[in-house]
Design a protein around this ligand. Structure first.
Ligand code: HEC
Ligand code: HEC
Length: 328
């Protein structure tokens, strides 16, 4: 009798496991519906200039939509063509960034303005699949989104194929089948006027420069936020810029930017210290922090960010400085 029950349980477990594998295999490519924002690229030169400024500066598209071999140039603040190819090796598999120059065959030439706008506002790809939360521009203003897409259309097309079917491992497929879903709710709060106030700083930190996405602790499997805003410590890979690969067995941590007297990284930095730090650029080779693009930000924007960081609730959260032992 006991043996029969055990066999029954075993059979059920095997069936459940097989069912799970089948479910994941058939569902990881599931697609979602999200509306196409009514954003239209413009040929207005001021808008195009704003879009280029965002792409190579605060919104740092150039930090990811390039190949690893171009990474050092971006970190020096140079304008590198956005032809993609950066391989993000995550615990759930490898994702390669696509070519976002307007090439018809391998880039975004064939995507409509609505499709590009939807990818950035909802995290839904042109083919309907959910985009892992790498580009939290969901609440960027219509004006800035229009500027970015207007600029993307003016780039020189580059023929560079990048795989858009990512190399997910089984865990990645399970995450795609069960967890991943579109992000933005489409309700974009009115954006504050661009000036040196904390309100504009918050807009940049949360919606444009992704400071919040990196400096808030996250579950690296699902991307879910698991700690208070801007309190770190988020673990990242370190890049070997000479060979263009990820250094095994090392990681680096995004620090706590809340004004906690003991553990806040910038609690005793003055406005001038903060500006000076951004003008210096990368100090730790291989850091994921986009120092190159951010070094192109204006004093006004950096002061706005500094002011906003002062308004955060202090959170005690230790983050080690420099390159650390162990994978992220
Ligand atoms: C932190 C890295 C990162 C940054 C910054 C980033 N991207 Fe991406 N982007 C990605 C990755 C990764 C993908 C691939 C997502 C996928 O296929 O699931 C992607 C995909 C895209 C796509 C393709 C969507 C589709 O429908 O196939 C577009 C367009 C795009 N990004 C535009 C931008 C623009 C414009 C910016 C700057 C405003 C930007 N990205 C900033 C990482 C980034
Ligand atoms: C892609 C992830 C990422 C993004 C985006 C990001 N950071 Fe960081 N940041 C890091 C990491 C990792 C470090 C630690 C390594 C270093 O100092 O380069 C860091 C370090 C810092 C430091 C401390 C520098 C020092 O010398 O100790 C400050 C200040 C900072 N970030 C501010 C910001 C602000 C402000 C933004 C948005 C404008 C931002 N970060 C966006 C990952 C990120």
């Amino acid at each position: 009798m006991f043996k029969k029950i055990m066999l029954g349980i075993l059979l059920l477990l095997v069936l459940a496991a097989v069912g799970f594998v089948l479910f994941v295999t058939f569902n990881y490519e599931r697609t979602f519906d999200a509306p196409y924002p009514s954003i239209k690229a413009s040929t207005d030169s001021a808008l195009i200039a704003r879009g280029k400024y965002l792409a190579y500066g605060p919104a740092h598209c150039s930090h990811c939509h390039i190949s690893l071999t171009q990474f050092a140039r971006v970190e020096r603040g140079e304008e590198v063509p956005l032809s993609g190819g950066f391989p993000f090796k995550l615990p759930i598999g490898t994702i390669v960034t696509p070519n976002i120059t307007p090439d018809n065959e391998t880039g975004i030439g064939k995507l409509s303005d609505g499709e590009i706008a939807r990818a950035l506002r909802y995290g839904v790809r042109h083919d309907g699949r959910a985009i892992i939360d790498f580009m939290p521009f969901y609440d960027i203003s219509d004006y800035d989104l229009t500027a970015i897409i207007s600029f993307l259309r003016t780039q020189t097309p580059i023929n560079a194929f990048q795989p858009i079917n990512h190399d997910w491992n089984f865990m990645g497929k399970a995450v795609m089948a069960l967890v991943m879903k579109p992000m933005g709710d489409g309700e974009v709060p009115p954006s504050p006027a661009p000036d040196s106030t904390a309100a504009f700083g918050k807009y940049l930190v949360d919606n444009v420069a992704n400071c919040r996405g990196c400096h808030t602790n996250r579950d690296m499997m699902t991307g879910a936020y698991i700690g208070p805003d801007m309190a770190g410590p988020t673990k990242f890979e370190v890049f070997d810029l000479a060979t263009g690969s990820i250094i095994e067995g090392k990681h680096i941590v995004a620090p706590n930017l809340t004004p906690d007297p003991e553990t806040g990284r910038i609690t005793d930095w003055t406005k001038q210290d903060f500006l000076a730090r951004f003008r210096r650029g990368t100090l730790i080779p291989g850091t994921p922090m986009p120092w190159g693009p951010f070094g192109r930000m204006s004093d006004m924007e950096l002061i706005a960010i500094w002011k906003y960081l002062q308004t955060l609730t202090p959170v005690k959260s230790e983050a080690p400085i420099g390159i650390q032992e162990g994978n992220p």
